[in-house]
Design a protein around this ligand. Sequence first.
Ligand code: ACO
Length: 269
Amino acid sequence: MTEETVAFDVENGIAWVRFNRPDKRNCMNPALNRRMMEVLDQLEFRDDVGVLVLSGEGSAWSAGMDLKEYFRETEAKGLGAIRKAQSEAYGWWRRLRWYGKPTIAMVNGWCFGGGYGPLFACDLAFAADEAQFALSEINWGILPGGGATKVVVDLLSMRDAMYHALTGELIDGRKAAAWKLVNESLPLADLKARVTEVATLLLKKNPIALKATKDAIRRVAEMTYDNAEDYLVRAQEAANSHDNEGRKEGIRQFIDEKSYKPGLAAYDK
Ligand code: ACO
């Protein structure tokens, strides 16, 4: 029987997607990477999905790449197999970075090495205080590849990134939040309720504006001010062509109907 490496349910507009190899601490083997891309494909344009949450079954979020199946067994097959396995892993992380819906990493437990790829790919990240993070590559003799070095350099201070990568030491959810690797950390028992609250808040917003905004945050990070200004004008005009009425309705409900205040909440879609 094929192992079901990814589990998911859709409930009240939220797609709850889970790494599902708890016995292997949800480490990513090629089968999981292929399946995750299929699941992302299936969910992206479903009308009943407004937000995607990525978590893990059991005690782990993800123990990174599968050292046996992703590294050792793939390397034994030669360079072609290595490049294929890399493109499958990097492929779904990239897909997630630019996903059509907002995404939230709900880090319930262990998060190592390669796990930083999907962690960064999610727009927001909430961790359990009890979760443990490390760039453990150094502990088994490689550098943090697959984007992990880039993730910590983008999110952490240079000193914290350097310490984290050179020592391979664990940090818990609280420290991950203090370092800005995740948005917030809270007790595991409260994690799902908080993520549901944030996802529900996002579900109230205009979905085209959400997609335009999340892309803009990632894109302008690499631009000069003038390039960003130009990109943002074009991005808003492109969004208008997909959703001509949304923002007009937002203005109408505030100015004419006086039914809400945009400073305090979202308009009624
Ligand atoms: N690759 C392959 N197998 C793994 C991995 C992994 N990354 N992580 C866990 N497993 C397997 C174990 O080999 C074990 O398999 P077995 O039951 O067939 O013996 C099973 O999952 C359970 O693992 P344990 O070590 O027994 O679980 P425990 O809860 O005691 O420890 C921990 C959890 C700390 C996550 C430990 O499994 C571990 O250190 N894993 C490796 C973490 C890591 O460094 N990942 C690589 C990061 S670098 C990169 O991703 C590029």
